[in-house]
Design a protein around this ligand. Structure first.
Ligand code: GLC
Length: 552
């Protein structure tokens, strides 16, 4: 398979947060049957693959990212038969299924941890990362297990209620008299990947799902799994930062390459290996694609653009980095505007007009775009009253349930676990948006249709075009060898500003195929006329143009 044939390079992936997608059982939590019942919607939208956040048995301390059994389905979501039915129904519609695999830590209720914790002599003691008191730490003369005697100064991920700063990454187990490491919650002990039994048992969990026909994995904080045996203190200037977003030991690359080979050993079609990398530089993200001799991830999440301001200069830099750092290192970029861990981009950018322009940008860039369920409706984060806050990481707002229709229950069988997003009672539902040609849903649908039909947008080259200060414009091109003919080209222009601007167009006639501004020249958002030389871009507008005069 040549690199460009790798399906994930042409795909658009749609992230489902199962708890919040669609509830059929009536308990107010989304489930697998709910997802299955909405596959036609996803096929109409036009995405290629569905990534499901974890659906495995879990005490839900981190809403599924604390796994108690890697080879099952939590009863909240359904069962294995329901999972198989979902995979089959998705495949029938040409939709691939990607599972979320959580290798860095288990739940503290996983039987492996229960056994590991039970005694220092447990055969599974070394499956997790246990350390003795450190006698010489600052103030370290206290009794065993006192704060000054933690094995090192690392911090864990989520600020606890009432705490200033991030809590320590170690918890003392009184019964066995040692500390265990958890880069996330106390309930999420880190696995010890230097232990060959851990590597083998985790490989078997991948094989379990590969055998059930999944198309690949999104691997949770995969850069966290390698731990240097010394577990040295962080320098004091960065010691307040959670270690999960700094840790980057060379040994991890070897581990990721090994995990990849387990996935790639599955029979065709080739399965994808996507990794979540949350590290300070784009170069660190790029390093997890590996090398030709030792490949690692097929796709590595790069969240730097997600954290960038919505300005032309910030985004120009992000795009240049994706090409100049990730592609230069042999990787294929990923693009993410929203997910279950961050405020939605509609909320971050402040207006729907900007969120729509961002959708055009996202689906015009070179790399694999990831959509987060609900962004196609232009959803903003829900307001969560203090008495309904559930997530230890404060991420409830972006996890609000998807409103499917205008009825009181918005298509949910039970009262949802979190409040509805804004405007659910004022037209911002799937059913209402689907029947409104100018809706954000139909903008996404058109963009996805366009991308699917355009090799230039999917895998074509990228070249900047001239533009006014607040605008970014670029040309994508594919095919069309030296003899010419058969080539495919598009121009994408994005105005990040509230003022009007312009973009220079390559020679010849160009036609606006899709604009984020619904009334540009026609009810379907398409420009009526032919443009030459320069495109005037309205405030907050983004558009995709094709060569030639308008033909329909
Ligand atoms: C990842 C997940 C996040 C989770 C964390 C710990 O960052 O996206 O939701 O809390 O890992 O598993």
């Amino acid at each position: 398979m040549t690199a460009d044939r790798a399906w994930w390079r042409r795909a658009v992936v749609y992230q489902i947060y199962p708890r919040s997608f669609c509830d059929r059982s009536g308990d107010g939590v989304g489930d697998l049957d709910g997802i299955r019942s909405r596959l036609d919607h996803l096929a109409t939208l036009g995405v290629d693959a569905l990534w499901l956040s974890p659906v495995f048995p879990s005490p839900m301390a981190d809403f599924g990212y604390d796994v108690a059994d890697y080879c099952g389905i939590d009863p909240l979501f359904g069962d294995l038969a329901g999972f198989d039915a979902l995979v089959q129904a998705a495949h029938q519609r040409g939709l691939r299924i990607i599972l979320d695999w959580v290798p860095n830590h288990t739940s503290d209720r996983h039987p492996w941890f229960a056994e590991s914790r039970s005694s220092r002599d447990s055969p599974r003691r070394d499956w997790y990362i246990w350390r003795d008191d450190r006698p010489d730490a600052a103030g370290g003369s206290g009794p065993p297990g006192s704060p000054g005697r933690r094995p090192n100064n690392w911090r864990s991920a989520f600020p606890g209620v009432g705490l200033s700063g991030f809590p320590p990454a170690w918890t003392y187990d009184q019964d066995s008299g040692q500390w265990y490491l958890h880069l996330f919650l106390v309930e999420q002990p880190d696995l010890n990947w230097s232990n060959p039994e851990v590597r083998a048992v985790m490989a078997a969990t991948l094989e379990f799902w590969l055998d059930r026909g999944v198309d690949g994995f999104r691997m949770d904080v995969i850069h966290d799994i390698g731990k240097d045996a010394a577990l040295a203190d962080l320098p004091t200037d960065v010691a307040g930062i959670p270690m999960c977003s700094l840790i980057d030991y060379p040994v991890t690359h070897e581990l990721v390459a090994g995990i990849r080979s387990v996935v790639k050993a599955a029979p065709p079609p080739e399965r994808v290996v996507i990794g979540e990398i949350v590290l300070p530089t784009v170069a660190q993200v790029a390093s997890y694609y590996g090398t030709p001799e030792r490949p690692e991830l097929d796709l590595a999440f790069n969240f730097h653009p997600l954290h960038a301001q919505w300005t032309a200069s910030a985004w120009r830099r992000q795009i240049d980095d994706a090409h100049g750092i990730i592609e230069a290192a042999g990787g294929w970029p990923t693009w993410v505007l929203s997910n279950h861990d961050n405020r939605r981009h509609r909320t971050r950018y402040g207006t729907e007009a900007r969120a729509r322009a961002a959708a055009v940008l996202l689906l015009g860039l070179r790399g694999t775009p990831f959509l987060y369920a609900g962004e196609e409706l232009g959803l903003a984060d829900a307001e969560i009253p203090p008495d309904r806050r559930l997530d230890p990481g404060g991420r409830d707002g972006c996890r609000a349930p998807i409103p499917w229709d205008p009825s009181d229950g918005h298509g949910w069988a039970g009262d949802p676990w979190l409040p509805w997003p804004p405007e659910a009672d004022r037209g911002r539902t799937v059913a209402e948006q689907a029947s409104d040609g100018a809706s954000t849903f139909n903008l996404y649908r058109r963009l996805l249709e366009l991308r699917r039909a355009s090799p230039a947008l999917q895998i074509g080259t990228f070249e900047w075009l001239g533009s006014s200060a607040g605008v970014l414009a670029f040309r994508r091109a594919a095919g069309g060898g030296p003899e010419g003919g058969g080539g495919d080209e598009r121009v994408v222009a994005v105005n990040f500003d509230g003022g009007s601007g312009w973009a220079e167009l390559p020679t010849g006639a160009w036609t606006v195929q899709v604009s984020s501004v619904a009334d540009r020249g026609g009810p379907d958002g398409c420009g009526a006329g032919t443009v030459r030389g320069r495109l005037e871009v309205a405030p907050d507008e983004a558009a995709v143009l094709a060569p030639g005069s308008r033909s329909h």
